[in-house]
Design a protein around this ligand. Sequence first.
Ligand code: ATP
Ligand code: MG
Length: 293
Amino acid sequence: MSWASKLSDPYRIDHGKKFRLKDSDPADTGYCRTQEHAQELLDKGIADMRGLQDKLYAQGKWAVLIILQAMDAAGKDGVIKHVMSGVNPQGCQVYPFKQPSLEDLNHDYMWRANRRLPERGHIGIFNRSYYEEVLVVRVHPDLLKNERIPDELIGKNIWQDRFEDIRNAERHLARNGIMILKFFLNISKKEQKRRFLERLDNPEKNWKFSAADVREREFWDEYMTAYEKMISATSKKHAPWYAVPADNKWYTRVVVAAAIVNAMEALKVSYPEVSPKERKQLLAARKELEGKK
Ligand code: ATP
Ligand code: MG
């Protein structure tokens, strides 16, 4: 078993039926005893990812879609910054999904996400995603009104219907060579409070503080129920969720890196093979070049 699978498999959910959030400890640090140990592994993960991305890009067949979902201050931005620090920006796009714009709301909710899907050979990161449609919209059903879906289509099964549609959309992507990895950064309510206070106390972090985030915290339990139901309904072998402990940032980052490395290794990406005919052409080009000034 590789280090990457040893570190990330415990948090991977391929079949969600039995998933219960209470079984996931936000403070878990697995077999990483020290922060230094985690940093060593993270460095290794970043180096591995660089090599894998290079092949992914050269081969141009697979795409990787990484979805990050979490409560505020769980560390999504830090994961993006640290875990992706080694990859070539040319083959990687990050897209943050904020509140939908008027143009977004004139379309079905998948529209804006579909437009941002990674190309073949690329890694795409969704900082939040269409999963907000079964999270924030479920916790605040008033938001549904803005979506202007015909009333007769909003039944009491709306959330189950959305899960089904998302499962189908992801199966479609998986069957087309887009590998999907979904991360729920699982922070505790207590640690979130500590990080909000830090944002208030530290001038360099003031800009990150938002009073709206504090209000949203009052819906913590509703969010946790929504997350549990979402993970339970949409974890599939071809589109797994990882419930990553997020009370220690250094641990969150190494687990996410390990999960990405492990999944990309499984794709067995390689540089395109040069056929005997192409090799001949390369040799001819070399000769020609040598003969020139
Ligand atoms: P940060 O605060 O670190 O900049 P963020 O992802 O929290 O990052 P914000 O602009 O603070 O970004 O928040 C985006 C907000 O948009 C979140 O509250 C999220 O729930 C909301 N949002 C995202 N998608 C939807 C959606 N489809 N419908 C309604 N609200 C949404
Ligand atoms: Mg925010």
